[in-house]
Ligand binder design. Structure first.
Ligand code: ZN
Length: 190
């Protein structure tokens, strides 16, 4: 069995002094060590393989995205992604994929209208929602830090082995803190 690839983590929203990254190039045959040095109100300084460069704070996302385009950016042993946009930028859904997405979103909107979503207290950075109003009650788990995809215990999610059932979509839609994670559905083939 292949080792399970670690899930991608969201890049830090802002640079802080001492942040460390590794950029894996050529499928991991070469790499670059990158660390963030001084950060002031306008700029952040980067030390990469002994070279120091200065960048504006407003360029943080662009800087990360450029690195993600060159190789696999690693932080704390996990691949980094930038708000899901680095991968999505080159992704063009087909007409069929769009139709599937649209019908799933419609089902999710129906869930939002007619079902009840009850948020239970968070357990170790997981949010749990009881979804009632369907054939039976379901439990959706979502991760506000976007460290893992959501999950649901309904038959549809289990059968398709996909986190994107109408219940998990409805939960993501219902909370502004989770809504950005809907981007992930673009990266999965229908
Ligand atoms: Zn479900």
């Amino acid at each position: 069995m292949l080792p399970k690839q670690k899930p991608a983590i969201l890049a830090p929203a802002t640079p802080t002094k001492g942040l460390q990254f590794r950029l894996d190039l050529d499928g991991g045959f070469a790499w670059s060590n990158i660390s963030i040095g001084e950060v002031n109100r306008r700029s952040f300084y980067v030390s990469r393989d002994g070279h120091r460069t200065r960048h504006l704070l407003t360029e943080w996302d662009t800087w990360l995205r450029d690195l993600c385009a060159k190789g696999v950016l690693i932080h704390n042993g996990q691949p980094v992604r930038v708000n899901g946009l680095a991968a999505a930028a080159t992704f063009a859904p087909t007409r069929e994929h769009r139709a599937v997405l649209q019908s799933r979103m419609q089902s999710a909107r129906a869930v939002l209208k007619t079902y009840t979503l009850v948020h239970s207290p968070a357990v170790d950075e997981r949010w749990s929602f009881a979804v009632t109003g369907g054939t039976r009650p379901y439990t959706v788990t979502a991760h506000p830090l976007w460290s893992e995809p959501p999950s649901c215990d309904c038959a549809d999610a289990t059968r398709r082995r996909s986190p994107w059932c109408k219940h998990s979509l409805a939960v993501l839609m219902s909370r502004p803190e989770l809504r950005c994670q809907l981007l992930d559905i673009l990266l999965e083939n229908p």
